[in-house]
Design a protein around this ligand. Structure first.
Ligand SMILES: Nc1nc2c(ncn2[C@@H]2O[C@H](COP(=O)(O)OP(=O)(O)OP(=O)(O)O)[C@@H](O)[C@H]2O)c(=O)[nH]1
Ligand SMILES: [Mg+2]
Length: 492
């Protein structure tokens, strides 16, 4: 069984054209009769019709599973204070809800998933499990399959190894590339060398096309930033500054970094709060913050029970309890929007949409091309794949795949010369929904005007290619010339 069954692709913008071209390449490769490629072609065909596969990766206890629950809007992934996730788990759109255990020996075990909650024990030891696949009818999963992973850099070496195998592939086997199209990398605080090393390896395992950056950073647990809620600092402002610093330091590995409180987001999105919570929170309003911090010793206002306060801390964390007290007076109707907005989840969702899902065609095609190239590379695989390599090369230079060059170039210039004015041209080209937007024109402008504007921009880019301010600008300008020529050609 493949996860594609029963799900439709979500082509966005030019994605459909790109995906069609690569699907055609896969067909041509199949026709060429190279039998050793069959398994790769089957995997590629499935991946091309599925939603984007986004893996949530990061150091142990970064809050990955909590964020997964928030994005799905259900309390489906187990989370815990101690090390928790030990199996790579795919969350796919589907109904009825089910859990499939894919064993390392190739067998699968399926069963219904009552209550839409993954049990802590799936009845098979983790070392025998390749991955779990959860199907659940959650709207967010229509546009992406989320892959929760065990923590990196843990004392539990098997967990770290399982994540690396799923995301980076097995270096010893041929056709070893990543199962994921993109990564959400969860940072709890400042990055470590090994985080950046992992991101580079992921980019290189799946990007293929000269460094398409396919990872978005998430600074999780934003509510815990700074010296604590009793200090008067705004943890979200501090987290936002740290997120900016991370993004600026690693443009070659991360398309952006956004802060979020996964805990507040999970609490809001899964509907965990109730009126009694709001009442208990409101009753704590006049308690001195210093006393709230040590409430177990200091005692509580008469109407509030310890179990209620413990629950509030579990759902909202210390900052959510302290600051949320001022938003609970009017009950859940006022508290819920505050929790949802404060969490920052909408920023993560927007970044996922703009940076990953909108580019899903390019990201998937980049990974597919990398996969096909790995499978046919001379010396790395059985048999002589000469004909297959010719077909792949022909696809690579097809103008339809030019968006891959644009995106790779955007990432390269962001890394090597971020101040270049060509960067915003590339940004607009890769983000635009159609050709008019691509050259900065309003919707509905006539084709002749579009062609003229594209020619003008091509001329400007050509001039820049002739006298670049920085070596990377020469390459970037050549990519732009081709982009604008292609727009002009389509407009005629
Ligand atoms: N205050 C606060 N706590 C959080 C946040 N996100 C997660 N936590 C807590 O941190 C602990 C770990 O969360 P998980 O989501 O299980 O972390 P994980 O990264 O999936 O952990 P592993 O799977 O073991 O690597 C849990 O107790 C969560 O409630 C957050 O944004 N703020
Ligand atoms: Mg986890």
């Amino acid at each position: 069984m493949t996860p594609s069954s029963g799900r439709a692709a979500v082509p966005v913008g030019r994605s459909a054209v790109l995906l069609d071209r690569v699907a055609r390449l896969a067909d041509d490769l199949r026709q060429a009769g190279d039998e050793t490629l069959e398994p790769v072609l089957d995997a590629v065909a499935a991946a091309l019709t599925e939603p984007l596969r986004v893996a949530v990766v990061g150091v142990v206890k970064a809050g990955k599973s909590t964020l997964v629950n928030a994005l799905i809007g259900r309390d489906v992934a187990p989370t815990a204070v101690g090390e928790c996730t030990s199996m790579v788990t795919w969350y796919c759109f589907g109904e009825p809800s089910s859990l499939t255990v894919h064993l390392r020996d190739g067998h699968t075990l399926s069963r219904p998933l009552p209550g839409d909650r993954v049990p802590a024990d799936v009845g098979v030891p983790a070392e025998q499990v390749a991955r779990l696949e959860v199907r659940i009818k959650a709207p967010a999963l229509r546009q992406m399959t989320l892959i929760d992973t065990p923590g990196l850099s843990t004392l539990t070496r098997a967990n770290d190894a399982a994540t690396r195998l799923a995301l980076l592939g097995d270096a010893s086997s041929r056709a070893s590339t990543s199962e994921a199209d993109a990564v959400l990398f969860a940072f709890r605080d400042a990055e470590r060398e090994s985080d950046i090393g992992f991101l580079r390896a992921f980019r290189d395992a799946g990007g293929g096309v000269g460094g398409v950056v396919n990872a978005l950073g998430v600074l999780t647990q934003a509510d815990l930033f700074g010296s604590g809620p009793w200090s008067g600092e705004d943890p979200f402002a501090l987290a936002a500054a740290e997120a900016r610093r991370l993004a600026e330091r690693h443009p070659g590995e991360l398309v952006d970094v956004v802060p979020v409180s996964g805990l507040l987001a999970q609490t809001a999105q899964t509907g965990a709060l109730n009126e009694a919570d709001a009442r208990a929170l409101a009753a704590l309003r006049d308690l001195d913050p210093a006393l709230l911090q040590v409430w177990e010793q200091a005692g509580l206002p008469g109407t509030v029970r310890p179990a209620e306060v413990r629950r509030l801390f579990d759902l909202l964390g210390p900052y959510g309890v302290t600051a949320g007290r001022n938003h609970a007076g009017d009950g859940l109707a006022a508290l819920w929007p505050w929790v949802a907005a404060t969490s920052g989840l909408s920023g993560v969702e927007a970044a996922i949409r703009d940076r990953l899902v909108q580019r899903s065609g390019v990201l998937k095609v980049a990974r597919t091309m990398a996969r096909l190239e790995a499978a046919t590379a001379p010396g790395r695989s059985a048999g002589d794949h000469g004909r297959a390599r010719e077909l792949i090369e022909a696809a690579r230079v097809d103008p339809v795949l030019h968006p891959l060059r644009e995106l790779a170039m955007l990432h390269q210039i962001s890394r090597e010369h971020p101040a270049s004015p060509l960067r915003s041209d590339l940004e607009r080209l890769v983000s635009a929904a159609d050709d008019r937007e691509r050259v900065g024109l309003a919707p509905g402008v006539a084709g002749t005007e579009l062609a003229a504007a594209a020619q003008r921009l091509a001329g400007q880019a050509r001039a820049r290619a002739a006298s670049p301010e920085h070596p990377v600008e020469a390459d970037a300008a050549r990519v732009l010339v081709r982009s604008y020529h292609l727009v002009a050609g389509r407009a005629r």
